[in-house]
Every structure is written in structure tokens, then in C-alpha cells.
Design a protein around this ligand. Structure first.
Ligand code: ATP
Ligand code: MG
Ligand code: MG
Length: 551
């Protein structure tokens, strides 16, 4: 592990542990199950679970399911899968904010009894008007002076469903003149006549995020409740609830700046729109910045964790360059992935001096720097495929591939020399005639005429026919959803290119769905777990070998 300065949250935790303010830390990751998790959530998962690991504490997984309308079981399942795939395990059972609905309701009754909450009949528009603005104080609701008895009776009527949605709500009685708008008698409970995926039709009143969150933290014994900066101005309300309720613990909220990455969007709502409107093929489309999409694309959990670490934890809003993520992925894959050869645009080369019907097997290392990874067998014969881009009839000195009358080395195999291009009636090159230079396996040609470059190849008589999917950034704009822009206007029309009839070396026929390879000179690839089956192999390009994006 690299040594780096502690981030500000780590410093707070170390102080709290050293001073004895807490004896062990407990954090939580609290997603709302209304979509699949994305890169931004990966950051929050890495932070909350990582801190618990680092300081010998625990981290809870809590479904923040206070809003009945939008939540689905599918999302609850995908969230658990994603957290575990990233390499983390929550403490005990999965928690649900909805588990605390009885307690939250009882505490709301308690606030009413203390004269600290009231039922308000203002409608949404009036409420907005009464709330005031940043520069103007709010006005007190005319319902603020209701008696405790009236409020208890009205709140009970809300609970049993006697009012329509929007007819009234429960508000905390704090301070309509507060400079902090969140303290101007915020809503604690609203009426919503919707079934909930956990509690069914038991409730028709649901707690607000601000009321539910801190109390859920207290119930679970969370010590450090970490959220993003937009909740900084909600912290006084978080604290007000904790101070005014007989909660079993005193959690504290800390805010850090959210992860923003250029060339992408990290908002469930926007990602859901891409899915719902079929701009992509589902939440796990390999172009999506969802954890499911990145997993299917072939990104590694380690690369995502390393990226979160590199991006750091601060209170300064900023945008991280996506090339930092790509760098983390290449780093991990370069060190650990087996090498293989795959020809994406096959061009047949006939080696005219290689005896017809003869074949051989060449042994090649799995990884050039890692003997421990062993060797692989490469079939070789009279006919091979090279990439169409790797042959020219004429070319300048910069072109270090196969040129008519010149030599090139076949990766892991012989040096060959091209004699002529075979063309169809329209003049397209359909094959190349070439010769093997004798005794050049692992040796330079005896005549001293060296090969200029090295190209990859695959035997024509024994290979794996496959489909290859090349991905590019989903958006062409550096900030597709910045101020006033519609991210749908910046979808990259070339974000997916499908190549069929590609030829991969035979050893890939036994590749597993989780395996990742470097296809030499082409990038890093993995089998697509949706489209691959017994009859067809489909490879996703995880990422190219180097950054080719034009800035
Ligand atoms: P979205 O706007 O995409 O729906 P959200 O914050 O509403 O995001 P939640 O499910 O409520 O989604 O998020 C769960 C946790 O993940 C929260 O603690 C939230 O702060 C954190 N989180 C979400 N997005 C980011 C991000 N971009 N960077 C860091 N943390 C994030
Ligand atoms: Mg949220
Ligand atoms: Mg959200």
C-alpha cells in the first residue's frame, strides 16, 4: 500500500479514537434503491467500507427506502451484488430505513408532545411562499399554533389515511427566521398513498430524508455518517433531530465533495433515462458508468478502488479526468492479464514456401515479464491471418509492418517477407503471398536483413472465430450535463463498434467469463457475459493500450 497523507475524514476518525470519543467506528453506505449504482457510489462505498476496514470498525449497508414510489426489488439486489463485487461485505443483515418506520413514527409523536412538531395544512405553493428566500426570512404557518391535542389527533388521522395526498403534512417547529432555510419548520412526514416494497400498505405517511436519516444512523449506532457536500446545510437539522429526540446514540455527519468525472454523467436519474429511452442496452451496457456496466465491460474491482483512492477525499468540488480511471484499469490489467493474439480485420497471408498440409505448434509465453504465468500453444501453418491495417503494397519508413518486398516478424513466430498482393476484380486486396524466412524462430535472419517491426497473427486452419465489441466514450463532450446542457445532445454515435468474423488464437476457446486478456497491439479484452454462449464468443474491449482520445 502506498503511503499518503491522511485525508480529513481519517484525521477526524483518528482524533475520535485517540480521545476515546468513540471506541470503534461504524459507518454506513445508504443508497436509495431507485436505480443501479454508478461510479459516484463506488466512491462512497470505497470510502465508507474502506474506513471501517482501515480502523477495525464496521460498515452497514442500509437501503434508504423512505420514498415508496420509485423503489424496486431489482435495485435492492443489484446494490448488494455491486458492493460485494467491489470487494466489501457489510456487517450483519442488510438494513432498511423502512425497518424503522414504527420508531420514526413514535418519535414524531414524541416531538408533537414536546410542542416541537405540528400538522400544517398549507399547500405546496403556499408552503414555498411562506418559506422565504436566502435574503428574506420566512413567515410562520397559521397552523403552527395548533394545540398538542389537535396535532396528535390530526397526525393520527394522517396515519390512518383520512386525508388526501398533499392535504397536510407534519412539520418540525424550529425557526422560520433562521438563516438556514432547512431549519424553517422542515417537513418531517408527508402523505403518500403508495405501496412500499418492504412495508406494503401498512403506511400512507412517509418520513422525509432529513427526518429519517439521522435517526436511522442513531438506531444503528453509526459513529461517522459520511455524505456529500450538498447535505452540509442539512447538518443543523440532522443535529436538531438528534438533540431533540431520545435517540440511543449521537452520530455525527461529515461531508466530502462528490465525485464528478468528465465525459460522463453520474446521476441515477440521467442514467435511468438513457436506459428507459434505449440510448443504451440496459443498466449494464458496457458503456455505462454503472458498476454493473463497468463490471461487464471488464473493469476490475481493484482498478475502481485504486481510482477512488487516487481521486482523494476533500471538501473541494472538482472534476476528475476520466483518463485517471483508464490509467488505473490499464495499470491493473498490464500487470496481471495473459497475452493473446486476435485479428480484428482479417487478411489472409499464404506462405507459399511452407509445405501444404504441414502444421506445427509454437510455444509462447503467457506474459512477457511473468514466467510464473506459463506458456501457451500457437498453431501455425501455411495460411495465417494478419490485420488488414498491417499490410501495404507501398509505405514509408514510419510504417513498420508488412510491405511488399519487405520483412516483418510475426509475434512469437517467424520472420516473413511479402511477395505480392492478390486482388479481386475491383482491385481490393483479398490475400497476400509471402514466404517464411527459414530458421527465424527466436532468431534474426541469417542473411542479416532484419524485420522492421512485429505484427500479430492467427493461424487460418485452427483459430477461434469471434465477435469483438469496441467501445468509446458514451459522450463526446467533456461536460455533457454542465449548466443548461442536455446530455442527450452529446451521445457519441461511435461509442459501440461491432466487428464480426474476427479471428482469435485457439487458446482463447477455453477462456472463462471472468478472464481478461491483453490482445497484443489491440488492447485489453474480456468475454461479454450476456452475448457469449456455447456457439459464439463475444469479446468486449475493456480499454485500449494507450490513451488515444483527442483532446
Ligand atoms: P443520484 O443523484 O445518482 O441518485 P444519490 O446521492 O441521490 O445519487 P443515493 O442512492 O442516495 O444516490 O446515494 C447513496 C450514497 O452514495 C449517498 O451517501 C451519496 O452521498 C453517495 N453518492 C452518490 N453519488 C455520489 C458521488 N458522485 N460521489 C460520492 N458519493 C456519492
Ligand atoms: Mg440520496
Ligand atoms: Mg438521487
Amino acid at each position: 500500500e502506498t503511503v499518503r497523507p491522511l485525508n480529513f475524514i481519517e484525521r477526524i476518525i483518528e482524533e475520535d479514537l485517540n480521545s476515546g470519543k468513540v471506541t470503534a467506528i461504524r459507518t454506513r453506505f445508504p443508497p436509495e434503491p431507485n436505480g443501479y449504482l454508478h461510479l459516484g457510489h463506488a466512491k462512497s462505498i470505497w470510502l465508507n467500507f474502506g474506513l471501517a476496514q482501515r480502523y477495525g470498525g464496521k460498515c452497514n449497508l442500509r437501503m434508504d427506502d423512505t420514498n415508496p414510489a420509485k423503489e424496486e426489488e431489482e435495485y435492492v439486489d443489484s446494490i448488494q451484488h455491486d458492493v460485494q463485487w467491489l470487494g466489501y461485505q457489510w456487517d450483519g443483515e442488510v438494513h432498511y430505513a423502512s425497518d424503522y418506520f414504527d420508531q420514526l413514527h413514535a418519535w414524531a409523536v414524541y416531538l408533537i408532545e414536546q410542542g416541537k412538531a405540528f400538522v400544517c395544512d398549507l399547500n405546496a405553493e403556499q408552503m414555498r411562499e411562506y418559506r422565504g428566500t436566502l435574503t428574506e426570512p420566512g413567515k410562520e404557518s397559521p397552523f403552527r399554533t395548533r394545540s398538542v391535542e389537535d396535532n396528535l389527533a390530526l397526525f393520527e388521522k394522517m396515519r390512518v389515511g383520512e386525508f388526501e395526498e398533499g392535504a397536510c403534512c407534519l412539520r418540525a417547529k424550529i425557526d422560520m427566521a433562521s438563516a438556514n432555510i432547512n431549519l424553517r419548520d422542515p417537513v418531517l412526514y408527508r402523505i403518500k398513498k403508495a405501496s412500499h416494497h418492504q412495508t406494503g400498505d401498512k403506511w400512507c405517511i412517509y418520513p422525509s430524508y432529513d427526518y429519517a436519516h439521522g435517526q436511522s444512523d442513531a438506531i444503528e449506532g453509526i459513529t461517522h455518517s459520511i455524505c456529500t457536500l450538498e447535505f452540509e446545510s442539512h447538518r443543523p437539522l440532522y443535529d436538531w433531530c438528534i438533540q431533540n429526540l431520545p435517540v440511543p446514540a449521537e452520530p455525527h455527519q461529515y461531508e466530502f465533495s462528490r465525485l464528478n468525472v468528465n465525459y460522463t454523467v453520474t446521476s441515477k436519474r440521467k442514467l435511468k433515462q438513457l436506459v428507459d429511452e434505449n440510448h443504451v442496452a440496459g443498466w449494464d451496457d458496457p458503456r455505462m458508468p454503472t458498476i454493473a456496466g463497468m463490471r461487464r465491460r471488464g473493469y476490475t474491482p481493484k482498478a475502481l478502488r485504486d481510482f477512488c483512492e487516487m481521486a482523494g477525499v476533500t471538501k473541494v468540488e472538482g472534476v476528475v479526468d476520466i483518463s485517471m480511471l483508464e490509467h488505473a484499469i490499464r495499470n491493473d490489467l498490464n500487470d496481471n492479464s495473459p497475452r493473446a493474439m486476435c485479428v480484428l480485420h482479417p487478411l489472409k497471408v499464404i506462405l507459399t514456401n511452407y509445405p501444404e498440409g504441414q502444421t506445427e505448434t509454437i510455444t509462447a509465453p503467457v506474459h512477457p515479464q511473468r514466467e510464473d504465468m506459463g506458456t501457451r500453444a500457437l498453431p501455425f501453418g501455411r495460411e495465417i491471418f494478419i490485420d488488414q491495417d498491417d499490410f501495404r503494397e507501398e509505405a514509408n519508413k514510419q510504417y513498420k509492418r508488412l510491405v511488399k518486398g519487405k520483412r516483418v516478424r510475426l509475434r512469437n513466430a517467424y520472420v516473413i517477407e511479402a511477395d505480392e498482393a492478390v486482388k479481386d476484380a475491383a482491385g481490393n486486396i483479398i490475400a497476400v503471398h509471402a514466404r517464411v524466412i527459414e530458421d527465424t524462430l527466436g532468431k534474426d535472419p541469417a542473411d542479416g536483413v532484419k524485420a522492421k517491426g512485429v505484427i500479430h497473427w492467427v493461424a487460418a486452419h485452427d483459430n477461434l472465430d469471434c465477435e469483438v465489441r469496441l467501445y468509446d466514450r458514451l459522450f463526446t463532450d467533456v461536460a455533457p450535463d454542465a449548466g443548461g446542457k442536455n446530455y442527450l445532445d452529446y451521445l457519441n454515435p461511435n461509442s459501440l463498434v461491432i466487428l464480426s468474423g474476427c479471428k482469435a488464437e485457439k487458446s482463447l476457446a477455453t477462456a472463462g467469463l471472468e478472464d481478461r486478456f491483453q490482445f497484443e497491439r489491440e488492447g485489453y479484452f474480456t468475454l461479454d457475459n450476456k452475448h457469449t454462449n456455447a456457439d459464439s464468443a463475444v469479446f468486449n474491449r475493456i480499454i485500449g493500450l494507450k490513451d488515444t482520445w483527442e483532446k
